[in-house]
Design a protein around this ligand. Structure first.
Ligand code: NAD
Length: 244
């Protein structure tokens, strides 16, 4: 028996990295997954590899109309919606004095407004399903101090705050809302950092290594599943001990 048998999940930013690992694990645990991303070729390849349990939809999470379409298509295909993983995000790093407004605004549009639009879009179908689980992927940068990430950190603190606010509001409909806070995870997102920056982050990690996408996916699976039925409003760190 799978830990997500019978459940239907939307995972954003699922063409690669952590989102792809979550799509893979959710499908293995019995869920039907709608994987979305702006990267069409990678997303379609993942869906082809994982078989009929996973379908890919092209989506820019910062588009309001796009969310209506994704939720409508999910309901048409599967008849219900139980889980949303708001995983899609972009990363920009710069000293404050050099951070462009354009980058700041793009971070807000995708990382913050994208998560707001996603939560808003699924409330009605989750109420109809009698409950649901929303997992918002924040970051260590959404809980504690991080250097050279003024814009990214602002959006990730916003995700942490929206998780808290939504969890208390939506509990009466049995919709649980939790956030996951990865540390340094080996994905394309941080591959562009200067190696010295990633090495410094690993040195600051008590477990002294980067985390894997599978290690984050395991935490997301727990929060998505009924095993976490009494867990809402939690901020779960998966960071090798950095926050401690
Ligand atoms: N990798 C890390 O060290 C790390 C650390 C903390 C938090 N995170 C968070 O983990 C999550 C997953 O990141 P990842 O490490 O897998 O990085 P990634 O860059 O591999 O994956 C992010 C995915 O989001 C997609 N995306 C970007 N903009 C989008 C948009 N407008 N609409 C839809 N999809 C879009 C990308 O195409 C990509 O597939 C993100 O929320 C990220 O902020 C990552």
């Amino acid at each position: 028996m799978g830990r997500l048998d019978g459940k239907v999940a939307i995972i954003t930013g699922a063409a690669r990295g952590q989102g792809a690992a979550e799509a893979r694990l959710f499908a293995a645990e019995g869920a039907r997954v709608v994987a979305t991303d702006v990267l069409r070729t990678d997303g379609e390849a993942l869906a082809a590899e994982l078989g009929p349990a996973v379908t890919f939809l092209h989506q820019d999470v910062s588009s309001e109309a796009g969310w209506d379409e994704v939720v409508a298509t999910t309901l048409e295909r599967h008849g219900r919606l139980d889980v949303l993983v708001n995983n899609a995000a972009i990363y920009r790093s710069a000293p404050i004095a050099e951070h462009s407004l354009a980058d700041y605004e793009q971070l807000v549009a995708i990382n913050q407004i994208g998560v707001f639009l996603g939560m808003r879009a699924v409330v009605r179908p989750m109420k109809d399903a009698g409950g649901g689980s929303i997992v918002n992927i924040s970051s260590g940068a959404g809980l504690r101090s991080t250097k050279y990430m003024i814009g990214y950190a602002a959006t990730k603190f916003a995700v942490t705050g929206m998780t808290t606010a939504a969890s208390s509001e939506l509990a009466r409909w049995r919709i649980r809302v939790n956030s996951v806070h990865p540390g340094v995870i080996e994905t394309p997102m941080i591959a562009g950092n200067p190696p010295a920056m990633n090495e410094a982050m690993v040195r600051g990690t008590p477990l002294r290594r980067m985390g894997s996408v599978e290690e984050v996916a395991a935490a997301v699976l727990f929060l998505a599943s009924d095993e976490a039925s009494y867990v809402t409003g939690a901020h779960l760190t998966v960071d090798g001990g950095v926050s401690a």
